[in-house]
Write a protein that binds this ligand. Structure first.
Ligand code: ADE
Length: 212
């Protein structure tokens, strides 16, 4: 699975994709990350990527020409890739979307908007618009990282081999949260691990976990 990210701030991804499971997934060639700096597709000697909105209003918008040029460069490498656009106007991103994208192991191109947004005409090149929650961020980089994390961890061979991706929260987009867990010590500042978890009784432990 190849994930190409179109961004003005590729350095924001270094820590997140360069650590832990997201790094391991790339190291094991399960996923490949590539960054396309939108600035390289900027217009004129100043490599301009943004301009003021028609009709007035605050802030700057990403221009359609650099965005489409960057998308087409990414598509040239992966013609079948799905183009994803994080935006507060998109459909709420859920665990079922992560599962669907991981199961398809389809190459992805993720555009990261900045400033006050983007020229709406770019959406003609976009397959899916998604929103990660009812709050507004300064750009699409964090939503892109959230989507990458949620998808890559579900790819075969990324998690530790046990059932971690199966027995977990939001299995079916419902509100069910993973059961609480404990490790040593048995008692910490008067707080004791529930007896049933120390009992070794698998059926009772399973029942407890279902109800907690
Ligand atoms: N860009 C800014 N805020 C966002 C959000 N909540 N979801 C997706 N993209 C965004």
């Amino acid at each position: 699975m190849k994930i190409q990210v179109i961004t003005l701030f590729p350095e924001m991804f270094t820590g997140v994709l360069g650590s832990s499971m997201l790094w391991k997934a790339a190291d094991r060639n399960i996923v490949e990350y590539e960054f396309i700096n939108l600035r390289e597709y900027g217009l004129g000697p100043r490599k301009q990527v943004d301009d003021t909105p028609y009709g007035g209003g605050d802030g700057m918008l990403l221009m359609v020409e650099p965005l489409v040029a960057a998308i087409e460069a990414a598509k040239a490498k992966c013609p079948e890739a799905k183009v994803m656009l994080p935006t507060p106007r998109g459909k709420l991103y859920k665990q079922s979307d992560a599962k669907r994208l991981a199961a398809a192991t389809q190459d992805l191109i993720i555009i990261c908007p900045r400033y006050e947004g983007y020229d709406e005409r770019v959406t003609k090149w976009v397959d899916e618009q998604f929103c990660i929650g009812n709050y507004v961020l300064t750009g699409g980089e964090l939503p892109a990282m959230i989507m990458i994390d949620s998808v890559v961890r579900l790819l075969p061979g990324v998690l530790g081999g046990e059932t971690s991706a199966e027995v977990e929260s939001f299995q079916d987009d419902d509100e069910s949260i993973e059961y609480p867990q404990y490790t040593r010590p048995e008692t910490f500042q008067d707080m004791k691990v529930p007896d049933v978890l120390l009992s070794g009784h698998h059926a009772e432990i399973a029942a407890w976990r279902k109800n907690n």
